[in-house]
Structure formats: C-alpha cells, structure tokens
Design a protein around this ligand. Sequence first.
Ligand code: ZN
Length: 349
Amino acid sequence: MMRHSGIRTGAAGILLALMMAFSSFAGPADEIVPADAPVQAVPQAEQVQQAQAPGSPVAEVPGAGGTDPAQAAADAAAMEAWQQAQAEAQAAQQAAADAAAMAAWQQAQAEALAAQQAAEAAQAAQAAQTVQQPQTGPLQQLGTRKLDPSKPMVALTFDDGPYAKVGNQIMDCAAKYNAKVTFYVVGDRVSTYKTEVRRMVNEGHEIGNHTYSHKILTKVGAAEIRSQIEKCNQAVENVTGVRPVTVRLPGGGKNSTVLANISQPIILWNLDTMDWKHRNAATSVQKVLGSVKDGDVILMHELYPASGEAACRLIPELTARGYQLVTVSELAKYRGGLNNNKVYYSFGR
Ligand code: ZN
C-alpha cells in the first residue's frame, strides 16, 4: 500500500514537476518576442537606402531561439544604432539635395543674368543702328556694292531733268566707277524720258522730287505746294514703281508755308558749281575739287552737256582721291539718317 501510494505519490510528483517546468518555460518565451516594433520601423528607413539596411537585427529578433535577455538587449542596441545610422544617412541625403537645389538655383540665376545682359546689349546695338551712325567699323553692304562708312563720301546731284542726252552720259561714266548719283527730276518731264528714268532706278541711282513743273514754291499757296510735290511723286512712281523719298526745292526757295506743306525730307546743297550760269565743264570741276570734303552735297544740273562732261571728269578724280560717290539717301544713311519735314544741306561728320 505504502509502495503503491509511494508510486502514486512519486507519479504525481513527477507530473507536478513536469507541469512546473513547462510553465516556467512557456512564460518567459511569450515575453521575449518584441519583434513588431523594430520590424515596423524598417519601411521608413528603407526609403533612404535599402542596400545599406543591416538585415541582421530584423532577422535575429523574431527568431524562436532568442531566449537570452542579454541577446535581446544587444539586438535592441543594434537596432537603435542602425536606426540612428539611417537617420543620419537621410539627413545627409537631404543636405546633399538642398545643396544641389541651391547650386541649380544659382546656375539659373547666373543664366538669367547673362540673358538679361545679352538682351540689353542687343537693345543697345538696335538703338545704335536706329541712330544710323556707323562711322567706323567693317565694310557695310548696301545693295550689291560695299561702302566703308569710315571713309569719305559725297553725293553728286543733278537737277531739272530728266534729259536723256546728259543723264545717260552721266550714268555711263558712273557705271565705270561703281558711282551712284541722285537726279532731282521735274515731274512733267518724266513721261517723256521713261527709258532714262527706269535706267536710273535699275542702276541704283536715286530719283528725287523737284516738283511737278518747277514752280518756285515760295510764290504759291499751300494747296499748290502740296499738288506740286504729290504730282511729281506720282509721275515717278507711275513710270518706275518707286516713289521719291527726298525733295529739292526749285531755286532752294523756302518759307514757313513751304515747310508746313512738305512732309518729306528736304535736301538742298552746300557745294554749288553754278554750272547753269557758266556752262563750262572745267569751271565746274575746279569748283568741286577746290573745296570738296566728306559729306558734301554737290549741286549740278542735268540739262547742260557741259555738266555731263564735268561729271565724267569728277567721277574718276573723286574716286582716285578716296571719295565714295553715293546717293543722297546712302549718304544720309551713314551720316545721321533722315527725318521728314527737315532741311539738310550736307551730311558731314
Ligand atoms: Zn531746278
């Protein structure tokens, strides 16, 4: 009985011991698995740098074998260090991004400043172009020929034509030296000399307005002044397709009524050959060569053969002396430009 009881007592003791041992094992094991916190912290860190994530703390922590409190503490410390490293890497990356953004902003600022300076330079160049004073610098292309604004230029002008006999003589001589001249024509003569006036335009000479019937405009009223100018413009345009830009007043006569009723630039002269009076080629040549200078507007007349002869002596001689023989509009273009309703005598620098 005792033995039996002893056996039962012994069996119960073993069972109790087993139960106690089991419960002491299972209890601490439940408490050891704190894996959620570190695992959930990882995705945020992964956004920084997945490759640098030390996977070991995550893998080790939830493991069933992690029963050692010292090991758990070590794992937590490792996780904390890793999170610290991730935070520092993220901060460094943000700092680098900030620096790159600043550099890009500075670059954009520099480019904007350069663009603004270029625009201002272009605007200044445009303004200089508008003033039309290219007195120095490279050769200027104008039509099919080159002019050098830094070298002297003068304008030969011939009034009272067209008159084919003299006008063609002048154009023949001009063609040999690439010279261009200006013809101030009388409107009511234009239809008689269509071929000549068309040649003027075709060969690059300029046709100016010398009124329709050579009226002295100081002796007529406003309506007649306007009519004289408009009818001459129309006569030239009808034959050549080109409308005169500048006006020369017959006899040079002007007063306030004349100036108030002509809107185009008025071109008079500063070097008068008096060819209509003496009608001598040598005298005209002497008058020009004796006083010519850069920017001069030289007055002659197309009606006299002596004037054609004078032109054919002057063109080679002036060219040899370094003058460019240009139209009035060319001369004005390189010497300050033209304004409507203004009177010009010469275009010196
Ligand atoms: Zn005249």
